[in-house]
Design a binder for this molecule. Sequence first.
Ligand code: TXA
Ligand code: MG
Length: 326
Amino acid sequence: MSNILPATSEDIKRAADIIREGGLVAFPTETVYGLGADALNPHAVARVFEVKNRPHFDPMIVHINSLACIEQLCLKVDERARRLMERFWPGPLTLVLPKSQVVPDIVTAGLPTVAVRMPSHPVALELIKEAGTPIAAPSANLFGHLSPTSAEHVREQVGSKVDLILDGGKCPVGVESTVISLTEKEALLLRPGGLSLEDTERVIGKVKIPKSNPKRPQSPGQLLRHYSPKTPLRLLTEEIVFENGKRIGFLAFTPPEETLSYEMVEVLSPRGDLREAAANLFSCLHRLDKAGLDIIYAEPVSEGGLGRAIMDRLCRASREYCQRGE
Ligand code: TXA
Ligand code: MG
């Protein structure tokens, strides 16, 4: 029997019971689907790591539905954090702040900080409210693979291992939240995402982009190869070499002039809009990955606004950046 249920009030209540009892529920957020467990229950959180095959050094985001929870989870919430929360919550922004002892170490992978976010998706907000506890949730995919932006994507990757999948349709933002660390004097961008860097800088001034050091990532999740389809993916920075018999897929930003050379073409945004492109990114990649292609070429997009998050995901997905066979 399928464990996907439409996210009606009744089924959200059922999902909340599962969370309170230590089970796992996949649920929609405005960014991507999350794989949720009671953030204050270390055993439930341990199951999330197992189901995802996620290394224990990679901490999780704690999802909340009201600002009151912040005081419970974080030791110090400074002025910058307050301004960002006021302006962008609920929404696709995660803040890393000093953690309180209420947050189990397994959630933060032993770090003295915790990542918190208030999602704007009504199903996520209602689920957290009904559960009466903050929900720890990574994206509901297997570690290193493509993030899910539909309930069906979740089912394909982890369906048999979760207690329930709440189906809330397609995620409107389509890329993960922007992660900003506020634990030091300089605000740091740990992951570009669904809220643009420019928007955050308008509220708190300069946000530093750390130089990536693959051996010592600032955020444990910043692995070079991540968000990857199974099919090799290359960024289209030069001419494609068409080899006889090779099945080539093309991930285009806007409709390409020439399509005959490709087995399959997916267009991120028919009208050339970065927001639309972000919303379609993972579903286009999921479709290309299922088509039995030999290689996928991806057209780069400009790095302004949501383009930064799109390019970050494409670079990580591409084999050129692959240093380890994950
Ligand atoms: O949009 C999202 O953020 C989605 C939805 C479900 O909310 N969640 C998500 O979670 O993308 P996940 O686990 O796939 O990515 C969380 C990122 C990882 O790169 C992790 O290393 C980083 O946040 N992170 C979590 N806690 C951290 C901490 N205390 N310090 C630094 N980085 C942290
Ligand atoms: Mg993820």
